[in-house]
Design a protein around this ligand. Structure first.
Ligand SMILES: *Cc1c(COP(=O)(O)O)cnc(C)c1O
Length: 397
């Protein structure tokens, strides 16, 4: 049984805060603070450029990729770190389209994060080969997979509602139709168990600043199934994906395997913070995490529905059908969330009307859930959100 009291002690959580936004930015792991400080002095400070060899900086994208891989059911040597998730979406999609050159349709859904759709639109323009981005409702993805589809590109957990796609079933259907899959695990990695190899996924990408607690702007990851890894053409053919970067050849030759998905110089400070953050997963059983996450989410839903009837559940009611987050809908959602934040309950708002709460058993327990509901109830019953101050929109919501 995973010791969640112990994992909680690994994080810094400000006094008086109930942090329900780990689905947007995980809190600070104490080990990350120490690791980055040590890197600054002992490695960057003392070793200078020798750090690339002596401190293993150059291999960090692969070594840490393997650590992330263990949390998402990816075999050793199939995941590499770098860039941001939007960039990794572009890379994966470009490589995937190359594997099905005769088809033109990229299938996605309206619950996908806009950046994924924007990157697809940009790539289509760059390719100039008449590809089409077909966006259907999340419930319609399966039925829309047919022999015209080149790539099914979906985010497993819907960022607004937490609705979960069935990765195994969709991948199977895609393969039967001759299509390739690109899975975005932004709200999956560290939130629930995932078995990329078992689901036979082709490509997967994700960020590490959400449930993996790597810190603001932490590097993203990309997974390529071993059957494709030596075959795919990297659209972003940077020098660190070259077979021999320090040969400084004038022509690009992709490195073997997953290394070809590297682009440029890795962000070492961010990787160091992430490396330390991943220590929190030692001894965590993902099945325990899933069970506890569903318990916390169910408790939150039951209490909010009992005490705040003016809020409408915007997430699937059944635990197995959602990720690790709960949304409630209200037309004054923005102001409600500002009032909550002012009282120390931090979640976020997603247009047009969702207040969103992430539940992460690593550092959130039943007491936090009940405290958050108490404060939310006070705000709703007494209309404490109804002030001009809380309706003033900030840059980041
Ligand atoms: C959070 C998120 C992103 C963000 O991409 P960045 O490049 O890291 O800013 C992209 N896609 C999905 C599905 C997300 O949830």
């Amino acid at each position: 049984m995973t010791d969640f009291e112990k994992t909680r002690s690994l994080f810094y959580l400000p006094e008086g805060v109930v942090y329900l936004d780990g689905n947007s930015l995980g809190p600070l792991p104490l080990a990350a603070r120490e690791r980055v400080a040590k890197l600054m002095t002992d490695e960057w400070g003392e070793l200078l450029i020798k750090g690339w060899n002596k401190a293993g900086w150059m291999m960090m994208p692969r070594r840490i990729g393997d650590r992330v891989g263990r949390l998402i059911g990816a075999a050793e040597g199939t995941v590499v770190m770098g860039d941001t998730l939007s960039v990794k979406v572009y890379q994966a999609l470009a490589s995937a389209l190359d594997l099905v050159p005769e088809r033109r349709v990229i299938l996605s859904d309206s619950g996908n994060f806009p950046s994924d759709l924007y990157m697809a639109q940009g790539l289509i323009g760059t390719l100039g080969r008449g590809h089409e981005l077909k966006v259907v409702e999340p419930e319609e993805v399966e039925a829309a997979i047919d022999a015209s589809v080149a790539v099914v590109m979906v985010t497993e957990v819907d960022y607004r509602t937490g609705r979960l796609h069935d990765m195994k079933a969709l991948t199977k259907k895609a393969h039967a139709a001759g299509a390739i899959t690109v899975w975005d695990l932004a709200h999956t990695a560290g939130a629930l168990p995932v078995d990329l190899a078992g689901a036979d996924a082709d490509f997967a990408v994700g960020c590490t600043y959400k449930y993996l607690n790597g810190g603001p702007g932490a590097p993203a990851f990309i997974y390529v199934a071993p059957r494709h890894a030596d075959k795919v053409r990297p659209a972003l053919s940077g020098w660190l994906g070259h077979e021999a970067p320090f040969a400084f050849d004038l022509d690009y030759r992709p490195s073997a395997g997953i290394d070809r998905m590297r682009v440029g110089t890795p962000p070492i400070l961010g990787l160091a913070a992430l490396d330390a953050a991943l220590d929190a997963w030692e001894g965590v059983d993902m099945a325990d995490l899933r069970r506890q996450s569903i318990r916390l989410c169910d408790l939150f839903v039951a209490e909010v529905e009992k005490r705040c009837p003016m809020l409408t559940l915007g997430s699937p009611r059944e635990g197995q059908k959602r990720g690790s987050q709960i949304s409630f809908l209200h037309e004054e959602g923005y102001a409600i969330m500002q009032a909550l934040i002012a009282r120390g309950v931090i979640g976020d708002f997603r247009a047009p009307n969702a207040i969103r709460f992430g539940f992460t058993p690593l550092y959130i327990g039943e007491r936090d859930v009940l405290k958050a509901v108490d404060i939310l109830t006070d705000i709703m019953i007494n209309r404490l959100w109804d002030t001009a101050e809380y309706k003033q929109r900030a840059l980041v919501t």
